[in-house]
Design a protein around this ligand. Structure first.
Ligand code: FES
Ligand SMILES: [Fe+2]
Length: 371
């Protein structure tokens, strides 16, 4: 096999760990627990913050003699430094060893750290193929928080892949079939600009509780995708007049499972065209937080409907598409940039989903739409 190439399994996507920014923890959970250890992108990592709030995400093994640095092994954060449980070496939030209990810190001793960025209390870290530095950034601007509720987060773990879950943003057909949405229609054609992918659509839905209609909604969703771990969705509801923001964050755990986290915010409703049942009787400052709970509840139900499919499916790298499914191939062409190492065909003739031409005997898949 030529150097620099990756063997892929039959029917599998090129890697369970595509390059990009992936959610690691919320600021709120970090402040509560001080030191978090988890498996992320197949790596055992620790996350902590110094006293100024600078976050460090690092491999959870000490460069000295290899101790695990997590709380279960005895690692702790003291005065904003991560302290190794084995010999007490101390690390600052840049990952450098700055002190030991019995000798000067070895020069340039440093943990293997991952670049981080933060938005509305959501902390992301960069996963670069071969450890390379960030190739692009998440949006630098934090959405305006005035009049918006705080951020709520819901997470669910299941066997899956972030490309399969993010592909939902262009799979218009499933919105009706899996989620029961009506009047699904694209607002504009999809747009691709490097790592950014935009997809807008209208839909209507009747939300039910225990099968009983709770409320009918008329919505426009604008999805702004940056890689396979970060999708930001602005949702405008027209019949009442309220706004929701969602961050959909698919994070590979161990090569099989992903953590799907959904964070949401709702804007305070000021002059509704009509009220949600019961909401008009609440004090104004409670309305947005309660709306946010309701919004996240329904959104998590939608995700669980998808999980039923996602966790049982296999990847079809050479799908046979209907005429209206063409955007799926445009999305896959966009995804190729997150696997910078070229996959090599193995198994029964797997080839890249993005450059393969159908043979004369095969049905012709829909062509990518013009973008
Ligand atoms: S292994 Fe961490 S200080 Fe020795
Ligand atoms: Fe879906």
């Amino acid at each position: 096999m030529p150097a620099g190439r990756t063997e892929v399994a039959k029917g599998a996507l090129p890697s369970p760990f595509p390059e990009g920014w992936y959610f690691v923890a919320s600021r709120q959970s970090l402040e509560k627990t001080k030191l978090i250890q988890k498996t992320w992108m197949g790596e055992n990592i620790v996350i902590w913050s110094d006293e100024s709030g600078n976050v460090c995400v690092a491999e959870a093994y000490c460069p000295h003699l290899g101790s695990n640095l997590g709380p279960a092994a005895g690692g702790c954060v003291r005065d904003g430094r991560l302290v190794c449980p084995f010999h007490g070496f101390e690390y600052n939030a840049d990952g450098y060893c700055v002190d030991t209990p019995y000798a000067p810190a070895p020069p340039d001793m440093r943990l293997r750290v991952f670049e981080t960025t933060e938005m509305v209390g959501l902390i992301f870290a960069w996963w670069g193929i071969g450890g390379r530095a960030p190739q692009w950034s998440l949006p630098a601007e934090t959405p305006d928080q005035t009049g918006w509720s705080g951020t709520r987060i819901w997470t669910h773990r299941f066997p899956g892949h972030p490309q399969e879950t993010t592909e939902n943003a262009v799979d218009m057909a499933h919105l009706r079939y899996v989620h029961g949405y009506d009047s699904v229609g694209r607002v504009e054609t999809i747009k691709v600009d490097g790592p950014r992918f935009e997809s807008n659509f209208d839909f209507a839905t009747t939300r039910r509780i225990a099968g009983v209609p709770f409320i009918s909604l008329d919505l426009t969703a604008q999805a702004d995708i940056f890689g396979l771990g970060y999708s930001y969705v602005d949702v405008r509801e027209h019949s009442i007049g309220f706004d929701i923001r969602l961050w959909i964050m698919a994070t590979p755990v161990d090569g099989t499972n992903i953590d799907m986290s959904v964070a949401s915010q709702v804007r305070e409703i000021r002059n509704p065209k009509r009220w949600l049942p019961g909401l008009g009787f609440l004090p104004r400052k409670l309305r947005a937080p309660i709306m946010n709970r309701i919004a996240l509840y329904f959104q998590s139900r939608d995700v669980l409907q998808d999980v039923t499919i996602w966790s049982r499916k296999k990847s079809r790298l050479q799908p046979i598409l209907s005429r209206s499914d063409g955007e799926i191939m445009a999305f896959r062409a966009y995804c190729a940039q997150f696997y910078p190492e070229t996959p090599v065909a193995v198994g029964d003739g797997h080839r890249s989903a993005t450059n393969r031409q159908p043979t004369a005997m095969e049905p012709t898949p829909a062509q990518p739409t013009t973008i």
